[in-house]
Design a protein. Structure first.
Length: 280
């Protein structure tokens, strides 16, 4: 397959502490910067956190309808979109995942792998790779008579670069390439590029405020879609992280929120959502 290179992943070994044992300072004996992020995602964008070896994490994500209609649809709560995801740690530095989203009935197969980790008086950033294959099963063969299976496929590859500046602040850059074999807008290139930026600021022992933004670099001039901007809060408690947020993108996979964010913050058209993760 032409894009098979997007799913070939390098595997390098670096350690990953269990969430319950993480602290918001660098470990004294290894000088490795830990707990840069507590969630696997900032809001929409992947963070540089990985699941530990032989650990399984189950993530339930909800993104409700737009709040702009007010009480008529209970500020969007009547129109929930759900994503179920499993992430497993093959090793401390290599994760695989699978998910299913109710929006467009999309399936994802993902891999996430650490290339290098930030160290005190050493390498200044953590670098993690992320790749995904997306299968859109909602495309209709009746309205698209020439539809083939290949048209349902999309691909994404990201380089996640984060730096923990102190015990409170972590920032991340996420240069992204994604490809859609079928695009909604004819003028839109199948191959698309974006630059993500996000971060986490710790508000308390278990609370943080998170935000991310995706700048689409080659969006078609007549595209109705917008760049995704999201903000929310993380609450760490016991063996799980609860994330609450607002975003102008209802889709929760990389190709969706970068390529097809329909909301507009200026018009009050944005969505409330949350992610709940549980480790096993």
């Amino acid at each position: 397959m032409k894009y098979i290179l997007f799913v070939l992943f390098p595997i390098l070994a670096f350690s990953q502490d269990d969430l319950l044992n993480e602290i918001d300072t660098d470990t004294a004996n290894s000088s490795v910067a830990t707990a840069a992020f507590k969630g696997l995602k900032i809001v929409n964008f992947e963070s540089t956190k990985l699941v530990a070896k032989k650990e399984l994490t189950f993530i339930v994500s909800h993104r409700f309808g737009s709040v702009e209609n007010g009480i008529d649809d209970f500020f969007g709560l009547d129109n929930a979109v759900t994503r179920l995801q499993f992430v497993y740690g093959i090793s401390d530095c290599f994760n695989i995942g699978v998910s299913r989203s109710s929006l467009f009935k999309i399936y994802d197969i993902t891999a996430k792998y650490r290339l290098i980790q930030q160290r005190e008086n050493g390498f200044p950033v953590t670098i993690v790779g992320f790749n995904a294959i997306v299968i859109n099963t909602a495309l209709d063969e009746i309205s698209l008579p020439l539809l083939e299976f290949k048209h349902r496929l999309g691909y994404a590859t990201q380089l996640l670069i984060s730096r923990k500046f102190n015990s409170n602040l972590t920032l991340e850059l996420a240069p992204t390439f994604f490809h859609e074999n079928f695009v909604v807008i004819d003028e839109q290139d199948n191959a698309q590029m974006a630059l993500g930026i996000g971060g986490r600021y710790k508000l308390g022992k278990r609370w943080s405020i998170n935000a991310d933004y995706g700048w689409h670099l080659n969006r078609a001039d007549n595209s109705p879609f917008n760049n995704p901007l999201s903000i929310g809060f993380d609450l760490e408690t016991g063996g799980h992280v609860f994330q609450m947020h607002f975003s102008n993108a209802q889709s929760m996979n990389t190709n969706g929120f970068l390529g097809q964010a329909e909301g507009d913050w200026g018009d009050g058209n944005f969505y409330f959502g949350f992610n709940l993760s549980r480790r096993f």
